[in-house]
Write a protein that binds this ligand. Structure first.
Ligand SMILES: [Zn+2]
Ligand SMILES: [Zn+2]
Length: 254
C-alpha cells in the first residue's frame, strides 16, 4: 500500500485505517483513528499505543478535524506573527513528514520480510527439486540395474532352454535307439520261437505271412538282418519270403 498522498494511517498496531474526519494526534508524533484514539486516551494516565510514551500534558493529545471549515481556517492562525505562523506550519509539516517516513520504513520492512519469505520458499523449492532430482536419478539407476539383471536372466533362460532342447534331442535319439533295440529283441524272440520248429519242417511249410516281408521291419531292417545270426536269418528268409507262384497269382486274378 502506497503512502496516502492526502491522508495518514492510524498508528494503532495492525489497524492502519485511513484517517478521515477526526483524528487523534499526539505530542510523540503519532496519529490514531477516532475509534482507537477515543478508546485509548479515555483512560488515565494516557499512554501512546504506538510508542508507549506517557501523554500527561494538556496538549499532548489533540482530537483534530482533518478537513476544517473555511471559518476555522480563516481564524485559527489569524493575528499571529508571520514567524509564528511559519513555525506552526513547519511543525505541522514535520509531523506529516515523520508519518510519511514511518510509513515508508514500514513498507520497506514489509518488503524485505516478503523478499526473505520468497527467498526461503525458493530455497525450499530448490531443495525439494534437488531431492526429487536425486530420487529420480537413483530410480533411474535402479531401473537400469534391474534391466541388466533382466537381461542376465533372459540370457540364462535362453542358455537353459538351449540346453533343454539339446537334452530333448538326445532323449529322442535315445528313445529311437531304445525302440529299435526293443523291436530287434522282439524280432529275435519271434524268430527264436519260429526258428526251432522250422529246422525240422520239410521246408515247404506254409509261410506265416504270405503278404510279403514282415511289416514291422523299418529302415533299420538291414541292420537288424545283419545282426541276426546266420541260421536265424536263413530260416527267417525261408519263411518270410512270399511264394513266387505266378500261376497261382494268375488264377487268383480270374
Ligand atoms: Zn485505528
Ligand atoms: Zn507515540
Amino acid at each position: 500500500m502506497s503512502v496516502c498522498e492526502d491522508s495518514l494511517l492510524c498508528n494503532f498496531p495492525k489497524c492502519r485505517a485511513k484517517l478521515t474526519g477526526f483524528a487523534w494526534v499526539t505530542a510523540c508524533s503519532h496519529a490514531f483513528c477516532d475509534q482507537h484514539g477515543s478508546g485509548e486516551f479515555s483512560r488515565s494516565p494516557a499512554i501512546c499505543p504506538a510508542c508507549s510514551s506517557a501523554l500527561s500534558g494538556k496538549l499532548d493529545i489533540v482530537r483534530t478535524e482533518l478537513t476544517p471549515s473555511e471559518e476555522y481556517k480563516a481564524m485559527v492562525l489569524a493575528g499571529l506573527r508571520p514567524e509564528t505562523v511559519l513555525d506552526i506550519s513547519g511543525r505541522a509539516l514535520a509531523f506529516w513528514t515523520y508519518q510519511v517516513q514511518q510509513e515508508r520504513l514500514f513498507q520497506e520492512y514489509s518488503l524485505s520480510r516478503a523478499e526473505g519469505q520468497v527467498k526461503q520458499m525458493e530455497k525450499l523449492l530448490s531443495q525439494q527439486s534437488q531431492s526429487r532430482e536425486l530420487e529420480l536419478s537413483s530410480m533411474r539407476q535402479e531401473i537400469s540395474s534391474l534391466k541388466k539383471v533382466m537381461e542376465d536372466y533372459k540370457r540364462k533362460y535362453s542358455e537353459v532352454s538351449e540346453r533343454l532342447m539339446e537334452r530333448n534331442r538326445q532323449y529322442q535319439k535315445l528313445q529311437g535307439l531304445y525302440d529299435a533295440l526293443r523291436l530287434r529283441n522282439m524280432v529275435g524272440d519271434r524268430e527264436a520261437a519260429r526258428g526251432a520248429p522250422a529246422q525240422f519242417s520239410t521246408g515247404a511249410g506254409k509261410p506265416p505271412s504270405p503278404g510279403g516281408s514282415p511289416p514291422f521291419l523299418g529302415c533299420d531292417g538291414d541292420r537288424l538282418f545283419s545282426s541276426l545270426d546266420h541260421d536265424g536269418a536263413k530260416s527267417f528268409f525261408q519263411f518270410s519270403s512270399p511264394p513266387r507262384d505266378p500261376a497261382r497269382a494268375f488264377t487268383k486274378k480270374h
